[in-house]
Design a protein around this ligand. Structure first.
Ligand SMILES: NC(=O)c1ccc[n+]([C@@H]2O[C@H](COP(=O)([O-])OP(=O)(O)OC[C@H]3O[C@@H](n4cnc5c(N)ncnc54)[C@H](O)[C@@H]3O)[C@@H](O)[C@H]2O)c1
Length: 374
């Protein structure tokens, strides 16, 4: 079999997160890298050398036209994801795109149409789904141990002021707009746990301070933003997003509530992921409710985490970067639909875009489009 030929765009940034997975496989090769070298710091040459790529491009369209590719990995700033994915899908290339899928509902609609027309497949690289503790909870949910699930919370609390200073696109698309503008790390795992369900309404409000970073006066106006989402099946989810406030990071916080189980992830290093499952309750009175450490339930780990490949230990985001890229490559090689297809990507992206409208309307409940009806 010929190796799958990949082009990495944004090769000086996040697209590099997947280079270790790709280089660990015989069935894939990095044929080309592309970067405009936005910050003029030589990242394109450095990436081409480090990745041993055959070709290097500054122009993405030139890479699509001239390089002989089967797939692209998109790791550029978020306002480019949808446009670049559409351009690749129109050439029937497979696409693994960084999060979020898009920054506007119109371009998301165009992306869905392009994915449906294309012979290439589309996958969103939502890596938090693949973290060990999140897959572990997913396995317990699938075993029915949480009963009927009706509530979840998730938070992304990551002080990024220095990064926003260095990467201006973050200020425009992620920080200065109201709403939860970076929702997929929160919604990805939660929607997996909810199963066949989607958020169809959101209400959102934010609060902040008068902090100014010298790049406009809105730097912290929307510092902490909370999205409430209602699902088609009547569940409730609360998401808090904050990339500005001064506090220790807490980038993968989750809570889940079902009729026979509850979960609260660790909020700080050294804490345990806490789980209560009625099926494992040892107390005589069912009202004593003692937490277990999730690690005590390792017999319910999903298979990929029982004996993970050595490269997982070096992969970013708790190994999530390894497994999300592997899932894409495995699906493409098998000719199957990838596990986070364009509609799953929309289910994680569109509530955030609708939350911007809600926040601008003083927190009014706002409908979230269903991409399957477009
Ligand atoms: N999944 C995750 O855990 C995770 C983590 C960090 C960032 N991200 C996402 O990844 C994306 C990139 O983030 P980053 O931190 O790497 O950003 P960055 O600004 O550090 O890097 C982006 C790279 O893209 C290049 N670029 C910009 N415009 C380009 C164009 N038109 N054509 C080709 N290259 C271009 C830039 O020169 C730069 O090297 C963002 O959308 C972000 O939301 C995801």
């Amino acid at each position: 079999m010929q190796p799958l030929r990949i082009g990495l765009v944004g090769a000086g940034g996040r697209a590099r997160a997947f280079d270790r997975v790709i280089s660990s496989r015989d069935d894939v090769t990095i044929a080309a890298v592309c970067d405009v070298d936005l910050y003029d710091d030589g990242v394109l040459d450095e990436a081409a050398n480090a990745l041993d790529a055959d070709e290097a491009y500054r122009d993405y369209c030139a890479m699509l036209v001239d390089a002989d590719l089967d797939a692209v990995v998109i790791g550029t700033p978020m306002h480019l994801h949808a446009t670049q994915a559409i351009a690749a899908l129109e050439r029937d290339l497979h696409v693994l795109s960084e999060v979020p899928a898009g920054v506007g509902i119109g371009e998301c609609r165009d992306l869905v149409a392009a994915a449906e027309r294309s012979a290439g497949s589309y996958m969103l690289a939502e890596n938090y789904i693949y973290m060990r503790q999140n897959r572990h909870v997913e396995q317990l949910v699938e075993a029915g141990l949480f009963g009927d699930i009706y509530y979840a919370e998730a938070e992304y609390l990551h002080e990024l002021k220095a990064l926003s200073d260095a990467t201006p696109w973050r200020r425009v698309w992620s920080r200065d707009r109201p709403g939860v503008t970076y929702p997929t790390h929160c919604l990805g795992p939660v929607l997996r746990w909810f199963g066949d369900d989607r958020i169809d309404q959101v209400a959102c409000a934010g609060a902040g301070t008068d902090y100014s970073d010298g790049h406009g006066d809105s730097a912290a106006r929307w510092a902490s933003t909370v999205l409430l989402g209602r699902t088609e099946r009547g569940r409730l989810v609360k998401v808090r997003y904050d990339a500005t406030s001064e506090r220790p990071h807490a980038m993968d916080n989750y809570q889940l509530q079902g009729t026979t189980g509850a979960y609260e992830s660790a909020r700080a290093p050294g804490e345990h992921n806490k789980i209560w499952l009625d099926a494992f309750e040892e107390a005589e009175s069912s009202h004593d409710y003692a937490w277990l450490d999730l690690a005590e339930l390792d017999q319910h780990l999903p298979s990929e985490w029982t004996d993970p490949p050595a490269a997982v230990a070096d992969a970013g985001h708790g190994g999530g970067d390894f497994f999300v890229c592997s899932a894409f490559l495995d699906a493409v090689q098998a000719g199957e639909s990838p596990p986070i297809d364009v509609h799953a990507a929309m289910d994680m992206t569109l509530p955030g875009l609708a939350s911007i409208e809600s926040a601008r309307n003083d927190g009014a409940w706002t409908g979230v489009p269903n991409s399957r009806c477009w």
